[in-house]
Ligand binder design. Structure first.
Ligand code: NOJ
Length: 763
């Protein structure tokens, strides 16, 4: 923050004692204004007082971009704005007006052939950028992002990104459509699996780690790729959890809740962003000049490029803000979407729109400049081709080991009655359930090349348990039922297998296809007859350990009431079965925490820990408070919750100072965490803040620090968090970042229910 920014003060009456740091004009919440037929270019200057601090431009790159731009015809410029998704379309475009990039095409030889056509057989020889959804793995599948977020360990996300970037780049892909950072309160939404859950701070930390892992300090390196922060913005607010649905959001909610991971990613130097399919306050994200120009490009100072989502420009017509393709192109270009994915309105109508003055030369040049900047930064002009011999088609032992450790690190122990876990190696184990021998389902949604015939299937739960058990003969198997069917004919055999064993491991959950894009569910119970399978297995009287594989929070009240233990494994990736066995037999002590609340019932949605208080907070003894008549208050499992095979204490938090200066002050909060149990384990120390009296109602808690700490039995460590004005300030409904004077409560503990409190005063 500069002195100039800090010297800005609120002029608003009633906000005395408030430092105003940055403001954006909210009168600009417009895309194609007034009439869809004549999109208006938004040129109102915005005070860019709140930059994300994006890395400075590289002068040499800027010179080369400038020089190339001067040599380009209008058609060549418009061509760079086009992204196609088949080799045929690429070949056709390269033969006439070269396109800018190709996505979803894989294979080093094929990519090299296309690149050769672009570099050697087009007038300017501008290389193509090659994109792919490398979401949690290219050849080696890692846990789904929601699982990774459960690790509360950014190193997990970074590890995935480092391995995935190297595998992808060595195979010819230089641009990944990851990280996805859509904060959401919607477990019904299938795409919750792709992101980091419900908290903007956790999502920011994980997103930045991924950007760092994908891009390194220089993404021209042969093992790095350009990252893409998506989906911009507020996609996670989708009404009813239905994909692509409307989002109507206040300015403060947009800035406090949805924008922080994007801002953090821009500060971390993310090369590209992808626009989201939803509307934001009535204006589709693809035509939203407020979010794209005023916030992203002006205020955050983002200098990479924005790609549309799949046909997102064309969909402006269906949204009802563009009458035809020309309108859609004008709206997208003026709002600030630089590259069009799949649909072709920019190349089809760009020339005519320019001639008619509906878009400007500088808008086109700016978009092209941004795309070329990324291509130069990728080193594509020097090294357009990939060494085909280096293509990564098999999972290496090193990558496998990382998938296994990140897999177990992402699991969350939700219940462990009678200390049934960890299992004894000598126990007779009945492995039951539709996910026990599943393979590709354990990759979850958006797996990389690892999905499909001929590629490496994940290790099954049964195989992992057999490999870890004292003797494979002590492990039996019964399927019980399918994931979704109503067939209960396997129940009897499952109950018999349970009766003959000492303990049951019941692998339940969703198929990979039940989460991800266009995979919303209105009912988030265990699918099919799985709940009944649990009931019939319990009848055998043996302890039942449920291991869950799912891409979203499920409603688990009955499971919780019935099972002896529950391990949330998400979709762990290629080493799934081994990672599960590591945890079940105690080789790894689970230390993950939930990045999202698990509702008691679907009717409670949205339910999230960082809600406002209301004027009538829930009180079981008072009817006229905010609650349901037919449901206990709060989630079944809250944000930040997770058990361990050991126990911990966290000391009362100590402050370095009882005061924080509102103009750039800071202080520290320290606790000692002790492993008081008998085995080594990890605890995630979590710090939440609450501003009890502010000019707009504040969340009851906001996560502002976490640290995953590994401790031997009896070991103690001090954890110190630094809080700054960034941690106590918030955006108001004029998009001003305010740091207000007054009391701040700090809670430290091992979940969002942390109850050790200390307070300080912002002065
Ligand atoms: C649509 C999805 O919304 C987006 O996340 C993905 O990157 C693109 N398709 C490209 O596959």
């Amino acid at each position: 923050m500069t002195d100039h920014q800090l010297s800005r003060r609120s002029a608003l009456a009633g906000l005395g004692g408030t430092a105003v740091i940055g403001a954006l004009s909210t009168s600009l919440l417009t895309g194609p204004e007034a009439s869809a037929a004549t999109p208006v270019q938004t040129t109102v200057p915005v005070p860019a007082t709140d930059p994300a601090g994006s890395p400075p431009l590289n002068k040499k790159v800027e010179q080369r971009v400038g020089a190339l731009l001067k040599r380009m015809t209008l058609a060549e410029k418009l061509g760079q704005l086009q992204l196609v998704n088949t080799p045929d379309l690429a070949r056709k475009a390269l033969a006439t007006t070269p396109c800018g990039g190709v996505f979803s095409v894989i294979g080093a030889a094929q990519l090299n052939a296309l690149q050769k056509q672009a570099v050697q057989h087009t007038r300017l020889g501008i290389p193509l950028i090659f994109g792919l959804d490398v979401i949690h793995g290219y050849t080696t599948n890692f846990p789904i992002p929601l699982g990774q977020a459960s690790s509360f360990d950014p190193a997990v996300a970074e590890t995935d990104a480092i391995v995935s970037a190297a595998e992808a780049r060595r195979s010819g892909i230089n641009w990944t459509y990851s990280p996805m950072m859509d904060v959401t309160h919607e477990p019904r939404w299938g795409r919750i699996a792709e992101g980091d859950g419900e908290d903007p701070y956790l999502a920011s930390q994980m997103a930045v780690a991924k950007v760092r892992g994908y891009q390194g300090s220089d993404y021209s390196a042969p093992d790095k790729v350009a990252a893409c922060a998506k989906h911009y913005v507020a996609y996670g607010g989708t009404e009813g959890g239905r994909d692509y649905n409307t989002v109507d959001v206040s300015i403060q909610e947009l800035h406090n809740h949805y924008l922080p991971p994007f801002k953090a990613s821009v500060a971390a130097g993310v090369a590209t962003l992808m626009a989201s399919f939803n509307t934001v306050a009535g204006v589709p994200a693809h035509a939203n000049s407020y979010t794209l120009r005023n916030v992203l490009k002006d205020a955050f100072d983002f200098n990479g490029f924005v790609v549309s989502d799949y046909t997102g420009i064309q969909e402006l017509i269906m949204h009802g803000v563009a009458g035809d393709g020309a309108d859609a192109a004008a709206a997208g270009i003026t709002a600030g979407v630089d590259m069009e994915m799949v649909s072709t309105n920019y190349v089809d109508f760009g020339k005519e729109l320019l001639a008619r003055g509906r878009i400007s030369q500088s808008e086109i040049d700016d978009a092209v400049r941004r795309i070329l900047r990324v291509k130069y930064s990728l080193g594509l002009f020097e090294h357009p081709y990939v060494d085909e011999a280096g293509e990564v088609t098999a999972v290496s032992a090193a990558a496998r080991a990382k998938a296994r450790s990140t897999g177990s690190r992402s699991m969350v122990l939700l219940k462990n009655d009678q200390a049934v876990l960890p299992l004894q190696k000598t126990a007779k184990v009945a492995v039951i359930g539709p996910l026990a021998v599943a393979t590709y389902d354990l990759n979850g949604t958006w797996s990389g090349l690892g999905t499909g015939a001929g590629t490496t299937p994940p290790v099954t739960v049964l195989d992992g348990i057999r490999a870890a058990a004292g003797s494979p003969a002590s492990v039996t198997y019964a399927r019980g039922c399918d994931i979704e069917s109503a067939d209960t004919s396997g129940f009897a055999a499952a109950t018999a297998a349970a009766a003959a064993a000492d303990v049951v491991v019941l692998a339940l959950g969703e198929s990979a296809a039940m989460s991800g894009e266009a995979s919303a569910r209105s009912n988030i119970d265990l699918p099919g007859v799985q709940q009944q399978l649990l009931a019939s297995v319990v009848v055998a009287g043996k302890p039942v350990v449920v291991v869950l594989f799912n891409g979203r929070p499920l409603t688990l009240q009955s499971t919780h009431d019935t099972a002896t233990a529950i391990l949330e494994a998400w979709a762990p990736g290629v080493e799934a079965g081994n990672a599960v066995a590591d945890v079940l037999f105690g080789k790894v002590n689970p230390g993950g925490k939930l990045p999202v609340s698990f509702p008691r019932a679907v009717g409670q949605i949205p339910i999230y820990y960082n809600h406002q208080n209301t004027g009538r907070p829930a009180d079981p003894n008072n009817k006229y408070t905010s609650k349901y008549l037919d449901l206990a208050t709060g989630p079944l499992y809250g944000f930040g919750f997770g058990l361990s095979y050991t126990s911990f204490t966290i000391s009362a938090p100590k402050l370095s100072s009882p005061r924080m200066n509102r103009h750039g002050g800071h202080l520290t909060v320290s606790v000692d965490v002790v492993n008081t149990g008998a085995v080594a384990g990890d605890e995630v120390v979590q710090l939440y803040v609450h501003d009890p009296v502010a000019s707009i109602a504040q969340p009851v808690r906001r996560l502002r620090g976490f640290r995953r700490v590994g401790l031997q039995a009896g070991q103690s460590k001090r954890v110190t968090f630094t809080l700054t004005t960034d941690d106590v300030g918030f955006y108001d409904n004029r998009a001003r970042f305010l740091v207000e004077t007054g009391l701040v409560e700090v809670y430290v503990g091992n979940s969002s229910a942390a109850d050790q409190k200390v307070t300080f005063t912002v002065v």
